[in-house]
Design a protein around this ligand. Sequence first.
Ligand code: MRU
Length: 358
Amino acid sequence: MPDTALNSVRYDQIRPIKWENDQLHLIDQRLLPSELRYVSYSHVREVTKAITDMVVRGAPAIGITAAYAVVLAARDRIRQSGDNWKQAIQKDLDDLASARPTAVNLRWAVERMRSLIGSINDSLDSDPVSRLVNEAQCIHKSDIEANYCMGELGAALIKSGSSVLTHCNAGALATGGYGTALGVIRSACAADRIQSIYANETRPWLQGSRLTAWELIQEGLAVTLIADSAAAQLMQSGKLQWIIVGADCIAANGDVANKIGTYSLAVLARYHRIRFMVVAPTSTIDLNTESGAGIPIENRPLDEVLACNGQPIAASGADALNPAFDVTPAELVDVIVTEKGVVQSPNAAKITQLFDGL
Ligand code: MRU
């Protein structure tokens, strides 16, 4: 495993999720960059809504949040239903798991918590809630450690003097901390390999201009924003060496679902001979989904396209489409970086091999 000591002290200030005083605290990411505010949660239903409404977003961050939400659900169900709490909690878990359909880490974390609940023997276990807290904290801590590890592995692929473009926010805010794509960029900056960081603004939620730019600036890293439609021109200018993105779900054959607009970047990158890196922990890989065709794509409210900040921006009467994610075929991906290793030119056999080594 690479030495992560350097990264754990540099460029690592932001923690979007905290468990303190038996409550879950989330940065309300809808308010950034104008306001940094943690909101506290004590009940699972509020957290499910917070996930759907984008208070917290980014696949790994959603998964960690859901794990803590299961703790809140267990506490309430034990109080209300006593011995029947394990039956009563199932609906809470199902609602949580479907709050954002594409983020596979959400289902992964809920199923891990569900399986722990299944293994708890109430007559032997006097404190099931503490066991669930420990599990959620373990998911949270492992995510940050995986990000440090991916940061080092990904940065090692980047030559000194490189410029990179990222899309959406796959940073500390989208994870337990440090980030996946932004983790690699942070580590590459720490190793002095990055000339310029470009970020797509990422319509319609503007995760690039609001969140990625905010994170980088917090840590003294310079960032240049571009409109999503300027990416082709930037690539044509010869200024870019890498596109680096995260993932919401990676199928067993290496197809990658990520924020809408990622697929077009991959097509453009191949044409311009720019390398395309996907950074994601193994919890984002769904071996039960054979290819990208089987990944559920979340369609979000049309108002997100027809309006901006509550202000209508489209001609009245216009219809809209709002798929939140698209699928990049594995053949357009040069490398997938996970905490277990790097997969060059991914395909089904190489992804299986990655898991065989676990
Ligand atoms: O709709 P969002 O903001 O949840 O979408 C987030 C992304 O697409 C990220 O790139 C992905 O979840 C990876 S985050 C490490």
